[in-house]
Ligand binder design. Structure first.
Ligand SMILES: NC(=O)c1ccc[n+]([C@@H]2O[C@H](COP(=O)([O-])OP(=O)(O)OC[C@H]3O[C@@H](n4cnc5c(N)ncnc54)[C@H](OP(=O)(O)O)[C@@H]3O)[C@@H](O)[C@H]2O)c1
Length: 326
């Protein structure tokens, strides 16, 4: 299925408004990887196959997702389906904790090794908490671009100010900051108030929304069956999954369900559609999936076409619910 594409920042790379997040492919390994239950390789392959068939043309992974396990599982699945590296866009991330910028130059070959023939189209600094300043990290990124090891540069979890510093440093070297990966969903709208959204729009930086389904809450499955929370691993410690918060978010879920029914789709697809529609081409989303069936919503989010009134109705209810939660 062919889907519309948008530019990744000011680069020539084009991505579908929905990409697939692959933290779930960590194999339960490492600190970050243990967040999700390990998924068997045949299921990973099927998730990737459904994503490709649903028109998704890009994948987000990271060094921290199982210390290369996610990158390797993704590459293996793409190979299984005979996908040429030129036909997909791969985004991965360098993990900066307790490291200096020059570590990026030393470890990029590990990333390429795990990706097994698939190149790094977008290389992102995972968090702003490294030992080196943003400027040094961007200089290391520029070096990698010059060496042809990466095609574009992104950051993640930066403040608006850090994002501007990254952008300015890259500009001096003839590059641009392609993207900023941030937490954003109908239940988390901080980027609209802290300057990130406004600055990204002004500078032409793509915002990549992570956890756009609030780790499953916006699908409505926890509202329909609150006992599910017992089987969600670490998510059970998040207050948003507890009954009092579920009660507060219920009006939004009810609205998503109602609109979904009118469009013959699911609340998850509606929530994702709003995320990739409401701010034009500035915001794209990378929902994760633990089951092949989840991909239908990811793909439908790009197919459906909500009216302005519906988009604004969702916006207003989401704002009221976010206020209730704060
Ligand atoms: N840069 C960062 O710091 C950062 C941080 C977090 C995430 N990320 C990236 O963003 C991606 C997505 O974020 P996320 O995984 O935290 O949250 P998410 O995409 O909001 O939620 C994903 C989870 O929701 C459930 N789900 C997805 N589609 C569903 C459907 N149609 N029906 C029912 N359940 C469904 C699945 O959980 P269950 O089946 O297990 O219930 C799935 O594992 C990650 O894979 C990763 O690539 C980046």
């Amino acid at each position: 299925m062919k889907q519309r594409t948008v530019p990744l920042g000011k680069t020539e790379i084009r991505i579908t408004p929905v990409g697939l997040g692959t933290w779930q492919f960590s194999g339960g390994k490492g600190m970050a990887g243990s967040f999700w239950k390990a998924i068997p390789p045949d299921i990973t392959n099927e998730i990737v196959k459904n994503a490709l068939e649903g028109g998704i043309n890009w994948f987000d992974t990271a060094e921290a997702y199982g210390r290369g396990h996610s990158e390797a599982s993704l590459a293996k699945a793409l190979k299984t389906h005979n996908i040429s590296p030129d036909d997909v866009v791969i985004a991965t991330k360098w993990w900066p904790l307790f490291r200096r910028a020059k570590n990026m130059l030393r470890t990029v070959d590990d990333r390429l090794h795990h990706l097994n023939g698939y190149g790094i189209d977008l290389f992102q600094v995972h968090t702003p908490f490294g030992f080196s300043p943003v400027e040094a990290e961007m200089k290391a990124m520029a070096r990698l671009a010059e060496q042809g090891k990466i095609r574009s540069v992104g950051v993640s979890n930066f403040s608006a100010n850090q994002m501007v510093r990254a952008h300015k440093t890259l500009r001096k070297m003839g590059l641009t900051l392609a993207s900023h990966q941030v937490k954003y969903s109908l239940l988390d709208r901080k980027i609209e108030k802290n300057g990130i959204l406004q600055t990204a729009k002004k500078l032409g930086i793509t915002l990549i929304a992570y956890s756009p389904l609030e780790q499953g809450i916006l699908t409505g499955k926890f509202h329909r069956d609150p006992d599910r929370i017992r089987f969600t691993g670490y998510r059970k410690w998040r207050k948003l999954f507890h009954r009092p918060a579920l009660q507060k978010t219920l009006p939004l879920i009810r609205l998503l369900e109602e609109i979904a029914e009118n469009h013959g789709t699911t609340p998850a697809a509606i929530a994702l559609h709003w995320t990739i529609r409401f701010h034009g081409d500035t915001v794209v989303a990378i929902p994760g999936a633990s089951k092949p069936g989840h991909i239908q919503a990811h793909s439908e989010a790009m197919r459906i076409d909500l009216g302005e009134e519906e988009l604004h109705q969702i916006n207003a209810t989401s704002k009221t619910v976010c206020r209730e939660l704060s």
